[in-house]
Ligand binder design. Structure first.
Ligand SMILES: NC(=O)c1ccc[n+]([C@@H]2O[C@H](COP(=O)([O-])OP(=O)(O)OC[C@H]3O[C@@H](n4cnc5c(N)ncnc54)[C@H](O)[C@@H]3O)[C@@H](O)[C@H]2O)c1
Length: 431
């Protein structure tokens, strides 16, 4: 029946570039599945439908084309915006979701999973051809083109938002050199983004990726977590919760002390190397696991990264040490080291939660993308008066998202009484 409806419906002629429109129905189901775990974004959408805060604005978005992003695009459109979407990574596009956005939601998408570099940039330019008033980036690719080849368009832009650390770092350096041509809101730095996305999202999805790739039992195994930042502590807690003995390695004394007080064993990697069954890096740093460590590892040790690109594990050094390498499962390479020792590397050292699982669950993206939607509304109102620099998400938005998430989870909390407010505001009242 659904297919019949699909075939009969007249497809509006709208410029787009996707893999295959026949995938649209599958994509719609995925978008709806993610949407049911995105109640905060749902509440924002409801308000946007009435208030139309983005009316007459065109938004150019360069994000991972996933079912969660689709829900964000639908919300922006509900707010009155014309939305154009391309991918922020050539490998992360869900082609069925792209088809559904075009077919069912009439949102132009320019993204095909596995597109080459030339197509990737062609798609970004097609979004910019729509002459957006606002940008929405995950890695600052749109903004960097608007500061290079298409600088002539920058004057029209009210402002933009940025989803991720890497993008924020790039934009801050532009701003520091006083070269940023319009204001940007760093969604990544919102508390309702990194407190939850990095900690609970990465914590869970990293283990999900490792388990899907290996089917290993965590209970009773020794898991070494390198880096005890937001991602690392989420991961360490979850591994312990599944019965693993967790060792943490760190370079920052304060963070290492927290790990000790949280009840983890903390030691240098050189000492942890012979003990671990599974090693996971989440540091944002280079060569955290390297030759000297591989040499000390047990036969059968498994290595994964959920931090930065594919540089946290020194893969060339592992390759150098091995006399034989073969793929033994999807996403698992076996390196046979001299002395009949085998070490297993998951997903070629790339982000294991995205490569071997589905990235962050929709429930976590709910808050990150509610930040995006509300930051766009803020930019639509205040963009012209904001300084051309990188701004943090206003605290009121962060708090509102936390409030809405609690509401959606049916968790009421206390309110300050008048007496308590007075007490907290006063420096005179003591005991
Ligand atoms: N996989 C994902 O989906 C995902 C999601 C969010 C963030 N990330 C990435 O994960 C990485 C960590 O993010 P975060 O938010 O936890 O950052 P963070 O800055 O909070 O934590 C990183 C920690 O690693 C420690 N560290 C640095 N070098 C080290 C070393 N050589 N050995 C041991 N510890 C070391 C630092 O002291 C710090 O405590 C970043 O690269 C980030 O981009 C990945």
């Amino acid at each position: 029946m659904a297919v019949l409806i699909f075939e009969r419906e007249k497809i509006e002629i709208m410029k787009h570039d996707i893999k295959d429109m026949k995938l649209a129905m599958g994509g719609k189901l995925r978008i709806e599945w993610a949407g049911k775990d995105m109640p905060v974004l749902g509440l924002v959408k409801k308000r946007f439908l009435k208030a139309q805060p983005l009316k007459r604005l065109t938004i150019g978005a360069c994000l991972h084309v996933t079912s969660e992003t689709a829900n964000l695009m639908i919300t922006l459109k509900a707010g009155g915006a014309s939305v154009y979407l391309c991918a922020s990574n050539p490998l992360s596009t869900q082609d069925d979701v792209a088809a559904a956005l075009v077919h069912f939601y009439k949102i132009p998408v320019f993204a095909i999973k596995g597109e080459d570099k030339a197509t990737y940039y062609k798609h970004i330019n097609q979004v910019l051809d729509a002459r957006p008033d606002m940008t929405m980036d995950d890695g600052a690719d749109l903004v960097s083109i608007l500061h290079g080849k298409r600088k002539n368009q920058a004057g029209k832009i009210l402002g933009g938002t940025e989803e991720t650390t890497t993008g924020v770092v790039r934009l801050r350096s532009l701003a520091q050199e006083k070269l940023l041509l319009f204001p940007i809101i760093a969604v990544n730095d919102a508390m309702t983004k990194h407190f939850f996305d990095n900690r609970y999202g990465t914590g869970q999805s990293t283990l999900d990726g490792i388990i899907r790739a290996t089917n290993m039992l965590l209970a009773g195994s020794t898991v070494v977590v390198a880096g005890y930042g937001w991602c690392g502590r989420g991961l360490a807690e979850r591994a312990r919760g599944m019965g693993a003995h967790v060792i943490v390695t760190e370079v920052d004394p304060l963070t290492a002390l927290q790990a000790v007080m949280d009840g983890f064993r903390v030691m240098p990697m050189s000492k942890a190397a012979p003990l671990g069954d599974l090693f996971v890096t989440v540091t944002g740093n280079i060569h955290v696991l390297r030759g000297e460590h591989f040499r000390k590892m047990k036969n059968g040790a498994i290595l994964a990264n959920s931090g930065h690109f594919n540089v946290e594990i020194d893969i060339p050094a592992l390759y150098e040490l091995a006399f034989h390498k073969r793929k033994v499962r999807e996403f698992v390479d076996e390196y046979e080291l001299s002395g009949k020792k085998k070490i297993y590397l998951i997903a070629e050292g790339r982000l294991v939660n995205l490569a071997a699982a589905e990235g962050h669950p929709a429930s976590v993206m709910d808050m990150s993308f509610a930040n995006q939607a509300l930051a766009s509304e803020y930019m639509a109102k205040h963009g012209r008066s904001l300084k051309k620099t990188v701004h943090t998400v206003p605290e009121a938005i962060d708090r509102e998202i936390a409030r809405l998430k609690l509401k959606a989870m049916h968790v009421p909390i206390d309110e300050l009484t008048a007496e308590q407010k007075e007490y907290l505001a006063s420096w005179e009242m003591g005991t």
